[in-house]
Design a protein around this ligand. Structure first.
Ligand code: SF4
Length: 904
């Protein structure tokens, strides 16, 4: 394994540096890699100072990319029904089964479900095969869960899925409004950029609009903790206020837009009695008026929105409510002034470019438009072209459950974890006659249900392009050889296409595919206007040679010709992509979320990401460093709710909806809105017994975008009563014990298993020994029958091999010190203290890790603040280094500092 601080080691002069792009979020940071030892897959990583997305910075996830390159857990050979096979056999099986289903049930009986994790070239081939050759649009992507409301909103307003601005605009804005975005944790490098801009220009104000108080609040001048789902009402009211304060831009409205009057009338009606508005939104009059005043007074305003807006049954309306306010003030595509969607995934936008969503054609063309269909078909010279939208994600798996989809190919995604009503998704895949899964990882909740598994290349092996939130196309470059039989997804798709008898798939390289994709974007896209006929035009990148493709520098589309340096902003002078080139205001009325809380389900569930994990943890879960901060699934509750429910921090809680349930650890946080509960999205059945929150989420979708309402599910919350709690430490991974609560956490020298169950084992020692695979060596033990304590430790040659602690309550000894002893020589003092769980020297317990980069724990930080009289985050950094690398932990350092300096 690479060093704990891989990112901090400067790249060695003279070694070959490979420029590539981070595998995680939509910020799309540039990464530089030096391969230190190809055989052992050891690399050194640092941020690319030249890349305009990050200028050298990386967050905790990006910094740890080098620690995720081992082959542990990889899928390395094709498998049919669990048995290894060759590629020709697997390809033939997939092709024949798809052909059989199409012949027997029709082309609408097959589907692809792909991912914002795959590269644009993979996406292009998947879309071409499904829409142009198989002839159905039943290809959808997990970007449906991420960006489809933003896409639909942009298309309604601008006539195309066009993000009008750049990250550079954050450096020029005087007001940045972050709506439904925990930017500090989900787009950390953008958060750092905004924070830096604020330091440079203290007049820059930041407003955070989110029901929760999150780490992003660190830079908020104003927080609007609005009632979940009321965004349309808030922005409708803002539109009315803009008119009242006479800050509309009549010239922009008249020259470049239509339907302002309709949108304004609708907003006015929606807002109704202005005196009750704040209460309906759930905030104070003062908060509301301050927001209105700041927005009215600040021409250079950026409104950035993310999943809190998109993942809603009115997600598209929320997007348009924001865009309406920007159109009304002419704040679109101007320096420091635009609406701006923050993309979740590394290539959600690349997928949109090639038509990876079921309701889009390639190169931002429309399935419903016969001219577009004809254009794409004749460019592809394909036998057929899909002539209507396919099934969007939720509908696709519903159709599978109903037996209408007979064969599916899932690529680089884990829908059994990530989709709403995930137990039904699992049942749908169990029913589906033929399931193909392409993945890097052998064992996921979804691969467990596959008939055929196809091994994909992972980050660092594959080659292609991705597009980030600001329309910037960057190269992901391979720097490690393909392991065993793993192959690029575009190759697997092309092989299957050819085995199905289709021509047009004889690709030899991603460069060739990219060139075709770029050429298609320019077909009949003449430059009749300064911005072309269709927004997505990268004709300037068509016909790149392999060398040019290899050397491709990050560039923002449109790229109309070879000399173009890309396009930073669009629409300052109108030229939208509607038929009359005018932007459309959309008349809107606020709608409540579909499923409101009830007597039986009185809480509102909100789901989302945490700082150091990515999606279903198949990559970030490989590095102990990223599990130090938060290692267990949790439910965050407001203290008043917790008190009413008799729940304390670290208790276990049952969160239950009509669709499913989870058992997770309680966290109490006054920043949580009363009546709501937050549970992270990351945990799977591979890592936990019952923490797949997707199983709890309601399967409601936005009627236009089809994006699910992941942010609003009615749930019941109660204390989970277990007969015992415990944890195991072990050097080797073990089978997850069959407990009501069981979570596997990778730690520095092994694994930790957090457990709780309603039935006690007959014999504690026996039980622990069985699940720990009969640990060897000297056994230390301690029992207190009255307190229900059972503690065992196994040592060999004075090194801790394994440990098992059990108790009647959840308040077991802290883990940090004990974990640090695993697989280490133990001195006499530590040996004596071992079963107490408390080190003889209290300084030896660093507490929960806050700074993942330098492994700095909470207790260390608290001690330093009080003993060294530290007054700010910078001083903590100077003293302990915490927060001085990626900066992701700075909001939490600030929180700890505030608690120490003014304890409640
Ligand atoms: S912000 Fe972090 S996760 Fe996102 S692209 Fe940059 S380094 Fe990767």
């Amino acid at each position: 394994m690479q060093s704990e601080q891989a990112n901090i080691i400067p790249l060695v002069e003279g070694n070959k540096i490979i420029n590539t792009t981070c595998a995680y979020c939509g910020v799309g940071c540039g990464v530089q890699v030096v391969v230190d030892d190809e055989n052992r897959r050891l690399v050194t990583i640092q941020g690319d100072e030249q890349h305009p997305a990050n200028y050298g910075r990386l967050c905790s996830k990006g910094s740890s990319l080098g620690e995720t390159l081992s082959l542990e857990g990889r899928l390395l050979t094709p498998r049919i029904n669990g048995k290894p096979t060759s590629w020709p056999t697997a390809v033939d099986k997939v092709a024949q089964e798809f052909k059989r289903m199409i012949a027997k049930y029709g082309r609408e009986s097959v589907a692809f479900y792909v991912s914002g994790q795959i590269l644009t070239e993979d996406y292009y081939v998947a879309n071409k095969l499904m829409k142009g050759y198989i002839g159905t649009a039943n290809i959808d992507t997990n970007s449906r869960l991420c960006m489809s409301s933003a896409v639909a909103g942009y298309k309604r307003a601008f006539g195309a899925d066009t993000v009008p601005a750049s990250y550079d605009d954050f450096d020029h804005a005087d007001l940045i409004v972050l709506v439904g975005s925990n930017t500090a944790w989900c787009h950390p490098i953008l958060f750092q950029r905004i924070k830096a801009a604020k330091t440079l220009r203290p007049q820059l104000k930041v407003v955070v609009i989110d029901p929760r108080e999150t780490a992003t609040n660190e830079i908020a001048d104003l927080h609007l903790p609005l009632k979940a789902g009321t965004d349309v009402l808030l922005f409708n009211a803002l539109l009315v206020k803009l008119a009242e304060h006479q800050v509309l831009d009549p010239q922009y409205i008249a020259q470049y837009t239509v339907d302002f009057d309709k949108a304004f009338a609708s907003a006015n009606k929606d807002v109704g009695d202005i005196n009750t508005l704040a209460a309906r939104i759930g905030i104070s009059d003062e908060q509301l008026n301050t927001f209105f005043d700041w927005f009215c007074q600040t021409p250079k305003t950026m409104t950035c929105f993310s999943m809190g807006v998109n993942q809603s049954s009115s997600g598209t309306d929320k997007v348009n409510a924001i865009i309406n306010c920007h159109l009304a003030t002419g704040r679109v595509g101007k320096e420091g002034a635009s609406p701006f969607s923050l993309t979740g995934q590394p290539n959600a936008m690349g997928g949109r470019e090639v038509g990876g969503l079921a309701n889009m054609l390639a190169a931002h063309m429309d399935i419903e438009n016969p001219i577009h269909r004809q254009r794409v078909q004749s460019f592809w010279q394909s036998p057929v072209i899909a002539d209507k939208s396919g099934l969007k994600a939720i509908d696709l798996f519903d159709a599978m459950y109903e037996g209408k989809i007979k064969a599916v190919w899932i690529m680089a995604t884990n829908p059994v974890v990530s989709l709403p009503n995930a137990d039904k998704v699992r049942a749908a895949l169990e029913k589906c006659e033929f399931v193909v899964v392409s993945d890097c990882i052998a064992d996921t909740d979804t691969t467990r249900l596959a008939d055929v598994l196809l091994p994909s290349l992972g980050w660092g092996e594959k080659d292609g392009t991705v597009t980030n939130s600001e329309r910037r196309i960057s190269r992901q470059r391979g720097f490690l050889p393909a392991p065993a039989l793993a192959k690029p997804d575009w190759w697997a798709l092309s092989q299957v296409a050819q085995a199905m008898g289709f021509s047009g798939f004889n690709y030899q390289s991603p460069a060739e595919i990219f060139s075709e994709h770029a050429a298609l974007s320019a077909v009949e896209n003449e430059i009749a206007y300064p911005s072309g006929l269709r927004d997505f035009n990268i004709g300037g990148l068509a016909n790149l040679s392999q060398a040019d493709y290899d050397a491709l520098q990050p560039i923002q589309w449109p790229v109309l010709n070879k000399a173009s340096q890309g396009t930073a902003r669009l629409f300052a002078q109108g030229q939208f992509y509607t038929p009359n080139r005018l932007a459309r205001f959309v008349p809107l009325q606020y709608r409540q979320p579909v499923n409101l809380s009830t007597l039986d389900y009185p809480f509102t569930l909100n789901t989302g990401r945490i700082r150091d994990q990515w999606h279903t943890m198949t990559r970030t879960g490989l590095t102990p460093r990223l599990l130090q901060h938060i290692g267990e699934p949790f439910a965050e509750l407001h203290p008043i709710d917790a008190k009413k429910l008799l729940i304390s921090a670290n208790d276990l809680v049952l969160v239950q909806s009509p669709w499913g349930k989870v058992v997770v650890r309680a966290q109490i946080n006054a920043g949580q809105r009363q009546g709501s509960v937050f549970v992270p999205m990351h945990w799977t059945s591979v890592l936990s017994s019952e923490a797949r929150i997707g199983a709890v989420v309601n399967p409601v979708v936005d009627p236009i975008s089809g994006q699910p309402e992941n942010k609003h599910t009615p749930v019941a919350v109660s204390r989970f009563e277990a007969a015992w709690h415990g944890y195991l430490l072990t050097k080797q991974p073990i089978t997850l014990p069959p407990c009501d609560y069981a979570v596997a956490v990778r730690i520095q020298n092994g694994w930790r298993y957090e457990l709780a169950h309603q039935q006690k084992p007959h014999d504690w020692l026996d039980w622990a020994s069985v699940w720990l695979n009969q640990p060897q060596g000297e056994r230390l033990e301690y029992q207190d029958i009255g307190l229900g304590l059972q503690r065992y430790a196994w040592l060999k040659d004075d090194e801790l091999q394994a440990l098992a602690f059990f108790g009647a309550e959840s308040n077991l000894p802290p883990r940090a010190w004990l974990m640090s002893l695993l697989n280490q020589p133990i001195d006499k003092l530590s040996r004596r203290a071992l079963l107490s769980g408390k080190p003889a020297d209290p300084n030896a317990d660093v507490g929960r890790i806050i700074c993942a980069c330098y492994g700095v724990g909470e207790k260390n930080i608290q001690r330093a603040i009080t003993q060294q009289n530290l007054k700010n985050v910078a001083e903590i950094g100077k003293c302990l280094k915490a927060g001085t690398n990626c900066g992701s932990c700075q909001p939490e350092l600030q929180k700890i500092l505030s608690c120490c300096l003014s304890p409640a």
